[in-house]
Design a protein. Structure first.
Length: 147
């Protein structure tokens, strides 16, 4: 049985997030993405009391942080494969994260069987404001040194 996707737009690759930010030039409508990702990790729901939860997601190109309402995150498990439509790329402090917009849709489409990359994590990239007020990529974290 194959699942039909509701959106005809192909999923955005996680590694392309910095490029999308650069091309959007501050236009939030251009920072809306459709994703097909796997859940790798999330905040401990037993110890945190925050209204939002950080969820580490990844596809076959890179990883990123997804901010979700606590009530939605309680329905997720590690290894869930998600189809996310109308997710917004936003800045949390100086880091780029994915957030489900009000028109967004999150659907669990499978579990455990997806190729993914944990590195690079595009949410670890640091952004700063340029003189015109736009967020620009300042630096990427150094890759871990092989031992």
């Amino acid at each position: 049985m194959s699942l039909k996707r509701r959106s005809s737009t192909p999923p955005t690759r996680v590694r392309d997030f910095p490029l999308l930010v650069e091309k959007s030039k501050g236009d939030k409508d251009k920072m809306v993405v459709h994703l097909h990702v796997i859940v790798l990790d999330m905040d401990d729901l037993q110890t945190t009391t925050s209204a939002y939860v950080s969820v580490l997601i990844a596809d076959d190109t890179a990883a990123a942080t997804l901010l979700l309402k606590r009530s939605l995150a309680q329905c997720l498990n590690f290894g869930d494969i998600l189809s996310i439509e109308n997710a917004a790329l936003i800045f949390h402090n100086t880091h780029l994260v994915v957030s489900l917009s009000s028109a967004g849709r999150l659907e669990r489409v499978g579990e455990f069987t997806m190729v993914f990359k944990e590195n690079p994590n595009v949410s670890n990239y640091v952004y700063t404001k340029d003189p015109s007020g736009l967020m620009v990529l300042d630096r990427r974290p150094k890759p871990p040194q092989p031992r």
